[in-house]
Design a protein around this ligand. Structure first.
Ligand code: NAD
Length: 379
């Protein structure tokens, strides 16, 4: 069985889906491992490290795709490279499946089994494969570091002979995986931290990190059976905005991470709320990849409002720490492969009854098979 890891460098990717450590795991399982030269360079791994782990480096990507039984990447491939893959092969990566019906159709047409890392169930059993979490926690950390670097103030309190510098105030909206890491990072840097989330179960987690949970009465909110937030009604959003406006006005840094799985993120920071904030304060919109929580934020761009608030449209912040992001991402994929590895047959055994597979397998045997996407016609 041949595993191939193409390079993502052409699309600006800094992370690698294969590290020397994960390659060693694959080799130990009995896989032949091939990769593009320079596959881990941006993540701090020289080609020689891969060779030492038993990887064959080759630059004939088309031929490698045609031979591989398993292709692993960080992000979605082009339809053209899917068409080059071998029928019956397996492709594992983030796929952005809610926005990519044509790509799913091309996987089905090519007879490739497409595995979407976004769709892996958030269960204890699948925790080691949870790439959404491994990347989100790094993004939460980087968000605070980026905001702190752009803020004209320090985060901790500092007593000096010339006077006391008061700690900066950080407000984190959405306290899931990214938000909790942002809270912990801001606390470690000495900021005064407040947070809000619509899922009431989060309050205790926020408090245990030493942050204050902002209470806003929104009525019934709850969460889905998968643990994700429910969409709010327009009235609830308006109440939330009113409840948060004063906290935003007092904050030096606002980090928004509020997402709704598979749907557009809610707009939580309006132009009016931004207008009420202090000049020099910094907003990081971590939900920008799914539409954004902040009015006026632009993916990958910095925007300054007329009253001097800097908004960072923080797309893919985990890519700024590619060494660690690749370490955990590659480990997530290695855990997935190990889970489905049949040691006797020395091949992947994709059991349709497996609960993890039911969650994340989108196409198989020429068809879209996942119930959430099955209505999308195959090409
Ligand atoms: P996410 O990225 O989908 O959303 C981020 C946060 O935004 C969530 O906490 C959500 O409740 C919040 N949010 C949504 N709308 C909001 C609004 N209007 N205002 C404020 N906050 C809002 O979430 P995530 O970080 O991927 O986590 C999703 C769930 O998965 C959580 O319950 C988490 O605990 C759970 N989880 C479980 C496991 C596991 O058991 N293995 C692993 C990771 C995450």
């Amino acid at each position: 069985m041949l595993c191939y890891a193409p390079s993502g460098a052409a699309s600006g990717e800094t992370r690698a889906a294969l590290t020397p450590a994960s390659a060693a795991t694959f080799v130990q399982l009995g896989l032949a491992v091939h990769a593009a030269p320079g596959v881990g360079l941006a993540a701090g791994h020289a080609d020689d490290e891969y060779r030492a782990a038993g990887v064959v480096l080759r630059d004939d990507e088309d031929a490698a795709l045609a031979e591989a039984d398993l292709v692993i990447r960080t992000g979605k491939p082009t339809a053209e490279s899917v068409a080059r893959m071998k029928r019956g092969a397996v492709h594992v990566s983030f796929l952005d499946p809610f926005n990519e019906p044509e790509l799913l159709a091309s996987f089905a047409a090519a007879g490739v089994s497409a595995v979407s890392l976004e769709m892996i169930p958030r269960t204890t059993l699948a925790q080691k494969m949870d790439a959404l979490s491994s990347q989100a926690s790094l993004a939460g950390y980087v968000a605070v570091i980026q905001a702190a670097a752009r803020l004209g103030r320090i985060l901790p309190m500092m007593m000096t002979p010339a006077g006391t510098l008061m700690p900066s105030r950080v407000f984190v909206i959405g306290a899931g995986v990214a938000g909790l890491q942002a809270i912990a990072t801001a606390k470690r840097l000495g900021a005064r931290v407040e947070a809000f989330d619509t899922r009431p179960v989060v309050e205790e987690q926020v408090r245990s990190l030493g942050a204050k949970f902002i209470k806003i009465d929104l009525g019934e909110t709850g969460q889905t059976s998968g643990g994700y937030a429910q969409a709010l009604t327009p009235e609830q959003i308006a109440r939330q905005q009113a409840g948060m406006a004063k906290v935003c006005a007092q904050s030096d840094i606002v980090i928004t991470t509020a997402k709704l799985f598979g749907r557009k993120a809610p707009v939580l920071l309006t132009h009016a709320m931004l207008a009420g904030m202090k000049a020099g304060s910094v907003v990081v919109d971590l939900a920008i990849d799914s539409g954004g929580n902040v009015e006026g934020s632009v993916p990958g761009r910095d925007v300054t409002t007329p009253n001097g608030v800097l908004i960072l449209g923080a797309a893919g912040l985990e890519r700024l720490v590619p060494a660690h992001a690749s370490q955990v991402f590659a480990a997530n994929i290695a855990a997935w492969v190990t889970h489905f590895w049949d040691a006797g047959a020395k091949a992947l055994r994709l059991d349709p009854a497996d609960e993890i597979l039911k969650g994340c397998l989108l196409t198989r045997d020429g068809a879209v098979v996942h119930p959430q996407f099955v209505s999308k016609p195959a090409a």
